[in-house]
Design a protein around this ligand. Structure first.
Ligand SMILES: *[C@@H]1O[C@H](CO)[C@@H](O)[C@H](O)[C@H]1NC(C)=O
Ligand SMILES: *[C@@H]1O[C@H](CO)[C@@H](O)[C@H](O)[C@H]1NC(C)=O
Ligand SMILES: *[C@@H]1O[C@H](CO)[C@@H](O)[C@H](O)[C@H]1NC(C)=O
Ligand SMILES: *[C@@H]1O[C@H](CO)[C@@H](O)[C@H](O)[C@H]1NC(C)=O
Ligand SMILES: *[C@@H]1O[C@H](CO)[C@@H](O)[C@H](O)[C@H]1NC(C)=O
Ligand SMILES: *[C@@H]1O[C@H](CO)[C@@H](O)[C@H](O)[C@H]1NC(C)=O
Ligand SMILES: *[C@@H]1O[C@H](CO)[C@@H](O)[C@H](O)[C@H]1NC(C)=O
Ligand SMILES: *[C@@H]1O[C@H](CO)[C@@H](O)[C@H](O)[C@H]1NC(C)=O
Ligand SMILES: *[C@@H]1O[C@H](CO)[C@@H](O)[C@H](O)[C@H]1NC(C)=O
Ligand SMILES: *[C@@H]1O[C@H](CO)[C@@H](O)[C@H](O)[C@H]1NC(C)=O
Length: 393
């Protein structure tokens, strides 16, 4: 009886040991500790929520700020100490007419900052199915005029949804996810992230199209103190396992002239999905326009967070359009979701996954072995033939 018990305990222990060894090998230790607070120090709920996440590393802190006062905005501030803090002067912040309503202290610790503003949703009538987003535009939806919900926090994610009278029952939602370690998103396109980045999933759900053949585009603006994101690079992405059928990754980066050092980035795969739980045929390829300089003052006017943090914002902007000629129109599902990563430093680079390496090993290895065996066979046969026929002279 006792022997059985000890054996059972032994087995359980062995299983636990195995599990912990496994988690040591596969799991990562935490790279940053993320602490979230909503409307820090606000005496009463402000007109639009402000989320502040401190992602504290060994010797630095990344502050993520996400706000729905005006157009939804995500601001990242990287500091070189682990004790920097965010101060909000709520009276000034809510007035939205001075800079300095939000500061990161000590100010001398700030290394870099970048922000992304979701400015407008545009819709056009693609009568001839050419997917040309410059003609037959409907009046744009200014996202600063949307009625935004309170932020719905759960764990390290925050959900913000909004609509207008014109978009009736449908809504535009943004889901922000923060990370303490490296990993991948749960949903397609399953972007690779690190603790130096955050992910935003943007989706349109049930917004009524104004034409049967409507397609949509989203106008984004990037803001920085000295160097906003200024160019888009498109790289080939080899790994098809996580984002089926998409072989490219686009990154909008801020780089100094000699280009090797990337300060900040917005990264995405050029694909949106027409279903919340998509199958391969629900993928809608997307395109971007070239970044163009924008008026910093105009961006500060639409975004409370930009107004409060930047004294002299520099801005650039681009459009991302969803769907190509010949693809189903928005009307087919009335749903569209797109995912992007916003971070500091160099964007994550996909490498071959173990599955792909395994497949390559099988795919390349088997022919190699066959070739090798074939070669040996041919050699020995040749020898045999050579010895069988004596030269005639
Ligand atoms: C953090 O700073 C301390 C002292 O400046 C240094 O000893 C340590 O190596 C640094 N850690 C990392 C991860 O950079
Ligand atoms: C900002 O707006 C508030 C009221 O909204 C007003 O009282 C204040 O004078 C304005 N300040 C500036 C600098 O325009
Ligand atoms: C942080 O940066 C500031 C200015 O860039 C510098 O004066 C300060 O020494 C730095 N602190 C650390 C701990 O590196
Ligand atoms: C659509 O095609 C028709 C006929 O070819 C043409 O007259 C019209 O200008 C086109 N419209 C657009 C928006 O391209
Ligand atoms: C908040 O989000 C959770 C899950 O993300 C969801 O179940 C819940 O219904 C949401 N609450 C509101 C008020 O939207
Ligand atoms: C909005 O939804 C309500 C109930 O779900 C429905 O009765 C109404 O017709 C919808 N309005 C529009 C414009 O679709
Ligand atoms: C994240 O940023 C810190 C500070 O710049 C850097 O030391 C670290 O290597 C970065 N981590 C990744 C995974 O890029
Ligand atoms: C960057 O390059 C432009 C021209 O290509 C030059 O005018 C500018 O001075 C350079 N800036 C720096 C910081 O090197
Ligand atoms: C986005 O597209 C619209 C419509 O074509 C255009 O008016 C706007 O200037 C574009 N925005 C940017 C940043 O290129
Ligand atoms: C597209 O919209 C029209 C009305 O605008 C509707 O009659 C039609 O059924 C819709 N098509 C699909 C596939 O939903």
């Amino acid at each position: 009886m006792a022997a059985v018990e000890t054996e059972r305990i032994g087995r359980v222990c062995a299983a636990i040991c195995l599990l912990s060894v496994c988690s040591l090998c596969t799991g990562h230790t935490r790279d940053r500790q993320v602490l979230i607070e909503l409307n820090p120090g606000s005496p009463s709920p402000p007109p639009g929520d402000l989320l502040h996440a401190r992602a504290v590393g060994d010797n630095d802190t990344l502050h993520f700020l996400f706000c729905s006062q005006g157009a939804p905005t995500l601001l990242l501030v990287h500091t070189n100490t682990s004790f920097s803090t965010v101060k909000v002067n709520w009276a000034q912040f809510n007035d939205r007419n001075h800079s300095g309503g939000l500061t990161v202290e000590p100010e001398s610790s700030v290394l870099y900052s970048t922000a992304v503003v979701f400015n407008r949703l545009l819709e056009y009538d693609d009568i001839n199915d050419t997917a040309d987003p410059t003609s037959d535009l409907f009046p744009p939806y200014d996202l600063q005029d949307f009625r935004w919900s309170r932020l719905n926090l759960s764990g390290l994610t925050a959900l913000l949804c909004g609509n207008t009278a014109a978009s009736s029952n449908g809504s535009l939602c943004l889901q922000l996810s923060l990370f303490e370690t490296e990993g991948r998103g749960q949903h397609w396109p399953r972007l690779l992230h690190t603790a130096n980045s955050s992910q935003l999933r943007v989706w349109l759900d049930g917004v009524l199209p104004r034409a049967t053949r409507s397609r949509f585009l989203l106008e984004l603006q990037s803001v920085g103190g000295a160097s906003p994101l200024n160019r888009v690079e498109v790289h080939r992405s080899i790994d098809d396992e996580f984002t089926p059928s998409i072989f490219k990754v686009s990154q909008w980066i801020s780089a100094l002239n000699d280009s090797s050092d990337v300060l900040g980035f917005v990264q995405w795969k050029p694909v949106a999905y027409r279903q919340a739980d998509p199958a391969l045929e629900d993928a809608a390829p997307c395109r971007h326009s070239e970044p163009r300089p924008q008026s910093g003052e105009a961006v500060a006017a639409v975004s409370g967070l930009i107004r409060a943090f930047y004294k002299e914002p520099e801005a650039t902007g681009l459009n991302v359009s969803f769907g190509l000629a010949g693809e189903p129109f928005y009307n087919s599902t009335k749903f569209l979701s797109w995912t992007l990563l916003v971070g500091v430093g160099s964007p994550p680079v996909d490498s071959f996954s173990p599955l792909v390496i395994g497949m390559m090993a099988v795919g390349l290895g088997t022919p190699m072995i066959l070739l090798l065996l074939g070669g040996i066979c041919v050699c020995t046969r040749k020898r045999a033939v050579a010895t069988a026929y004596e030269p005639i002279n």
